[in-house]
Write a protein that binds this ligand. Sequence first.
Ligand code: PMP
Length: 412
Amino acid sequence: MNREDFAILKEQVHGRNLVYLDNAATSQKPKQVLDAIMEAYTSWNSNIHRGVHHLSQVATMKHEEARQKVAEFIGAQSSDEIIFTKGTTDSINALAFSFGEMLLKEGDEIIVSGLEHHSNIVPWQMLCERKKAVLRHIPLREDLSLDLEAFKGMLNEKTRLVSIAHVSNVLGTIQPVEQIIRMAHEKGIPVCIDGAQSVPHMKIDVQAMDCDFMAFSGHKMYGPTGIGVLYGKREWLEKLPPHEGGGEMINHVRWNGTTFNELPYKFEAGTPNFIGSWALKAAIDYMQSIGLEAIEKHEQELTEYCEKQLKGLADEGMSGLVDIHIYAEGQTKEGVISFNVYNGKQLIHPFDIGTLLDQQGVAVRTGHHCAEPLIDEMKVPGTVRVSFGLYNDKSDVDAFIAALKKALSILI
Ligand code: PMP
């Protein structure tokens, strides 16, 4: 699918054709996005909002056009509900600070889940320490799905917010966010969705989902690094205080106090990443030109194909020695597979597999994937993670399986 647009895919690594299967960490960028960055710097680069001059006005218009594009892309009611940030981590930290400063008091509770990325744990943990509040997590069932019965029992009059990943970056599994949101809303509790691993792979409609906040990163969806989004329902964003002070976010500054700007500028202190927002718009245009449904279907098919090939390799058994354990096996996944290989009962360290794959030009991720509590629960030192983007195809899977076979023949 559109491989030609991604020049980097023609690169050689250790003298072999690059097979890039680390898309959950970051995606590659198509020519269209690189062109948008080039166009911005060569044609209209100028600081936004403050200038009366032409270039400043063009830059301002482009930044707001990008905001409108993001709003439409995720089905927000208005572009005022789109705050540009540096990425998912920055979005969650912004929310934790703003929401926490205003609404959290001693003894209150925040709920996350047992399969979160560190960026949806640590900001809440830091907040809870500051406020003497309690961070709780939804436990996992045997099959690594969320225990919603337990969640039901955790919701109480002290719960202030629930924050959950839409798609696990370790397992690729889709969490029942609609159900979680419904259950929380029945008790008047708002929900933040970490969309870092869902927005790049599936059609999102924040209004249909009814989440109160959503965070995601541009660099995982074919856009540049340094740009991300915090979506918030207007009624929430209007209530919440700014998390950072500086230029742009103010209305008037006097020695006896400052009044704040309207939405969304209240949450965008300093010069925003207006080149990044424009490039993110180009990335969204690019994804839309293919179609989100087509992207999701393609990646799910590839994931199923890869799982099958991995199982095939295990069945082949390298003389009956190898067992390949795929986590959350058979569950629908958004382009991510985590697995470990056992030689008899002995785990082959994921790092060793990753290194031998790299030597053959295959880029995968190994380790805890910034989700240590989940990896601890899985009782392994880490996993090997393969993750797909829209440009991957079966030839990448075949190359990966051949390279894995070779790696295992060395390790066993
Ligand atoms: N949440 C999830 C589920 C992620 O996969 C990631 C990135 N691996 C993040 C949050 C953090 O994203 P970023 O590093 O772009 O802020």
